[in-house]
Design a protein around this ligand. Structure first.
Ligand code: CP
Ligand code: NVA
Length: 311
């Protein structure tokens, strides 16, 4: 069966732990499942970490990455998304895409699943989720904090793609999740109920950052203005006043707490310079872990497809 990676919830707890173990293992232990094969990486939005970490992960697995900008492919303008996927599947062993609309990667999966030559589809960030970021986040928390069951992660800021995938993986791994978001930029009741059904940890939401961070082992944030929302910048900055992660927020967290940010970060907006550049910050380890997590996730989905080629 072809495995796709659209969301963290595509994987069981055991599979997530296996991917995290593979991410921590030496590069050579994953073999070269992409030897002589290509990976199509299509970006509708800008990227630094995701592009480089995915390209290098493909190289480390023996493959050849090909980067294409969305406007060159022209999803649904030059040709339908499904046609792009079917053509790419004839050249590449995996197709990864960063897309405006999550339905784009879902349509790629549907086209693949209807086709005998299906290859894995990987979501490199959509408006809904950012699963590759979440694998790196979980890996970082595990490396810095040890076993994660019963630990608490606080997410402060915009409840969007990064927050959703972080909440999902944290709950699946048995962590408690606390969200602090301004009204209107928070998880709605349906979403909170969905999250509460995931894993064994508890989830709560508040509008008070200090309350969310109290005793937390990891404090995480993201930009207040996601890619594509640039026109909302001033309104969003007003709405998020008081939600910056600063020393006073970190002071209430556990003494060993780490600060996390998916990056790119906007210092003095969602986080102060003192925090992101301070001793509790794990952001560069987290950023570097994007490559290790991507390599492991790719090897895992490819291994499933190639009937255990990856040990
Ligand atoms: N965190 C992250 O996805 O960064 P890029 O947008 O630079 O890829
Ligand atoms: N929420 C941000 C994450 C960037 C990695 C965005 O979608 O732009």
């Amino acid at each position: 069966m072809t495995r796709h990676l659209l969301d963290v919830t595509d994987f069981s707890v055991d599979e997530i732990n296996a991917i995290l173990d593979m991410a921590d293992a030496p590069v050579e232990s994953l073999g070269t499942p992409l030897a002589g094969k290509g990976a199509s990486l299509i970006f509708e939005k800008p990227s630094n970490r995701t592009r480089h970490s995915m390209e290098m992960a493909v190289v480390q697995l023996g493959g050849h990455p090909i980067y294409t900008r969305g406007e060159e492919v022209g999803f649904d303008t030059r040709e339908p998304v499904e046609d792009v996927a079917r053509i790419m599947a004839g050249y590449h062993a995996v197709i990864a895409a960063r897309v405006f609309e999550h339905s784009t990667v879902e349509r790629m999966v549907a086209a693949m699943d209807a086709d005998g030559t299906a290859v894995p589809i990987v979501n490199m960030l959509s408006d809904w989720s950012h699963p590759l970021q979440a694998f790196a986040d979980a890996l970082t928390m595990r490396q810095r904090l040890g076993p994660l069951v019963g630990r608490t992660v606080a997410y402060i800021g915009d409840y969007a793609n990064v927050a959703r995938s972080l909440a999902e993986i944290s709950l699946l791994l048995g962590m408690n999740v606390r969200l602090a978001c301004p009204t209107g930029f928070d998880a709605d009741e349906v979403e909170l109920e969905r999250l509460a059904m995931i894993g064994h940890g508890d989830i709560i939401q508040t509008t008070r950052p200090h309350e969310a961070a109290e005793g937390a082992h990891a404090v995480h944030t993201d930009t207040w203005v996601s890619m594509g929302q640039e026109r909302e910048k001033e309104a969003r900055r007003r709405a998020f006043e008081g939600f910056a992660v600063d020393d006073s927020v970190m002071a209430g967290a556990a003494s060993e707490a780490i600060f996390m940010h998916c990056l790119p970060a906007y210092r003095e907006f969602e986080v102060t310079g003192d925090v992101i550049d301070g001793p509790q910050s794990a952001v560069f380890q987290q950023g570097h872990n994007r490559m290790h997590a991507a390599r492991a996730a790719l090897a895992f989905v490819l291994g499933d497809q190639t009937h255990g080629a990856v040990q």
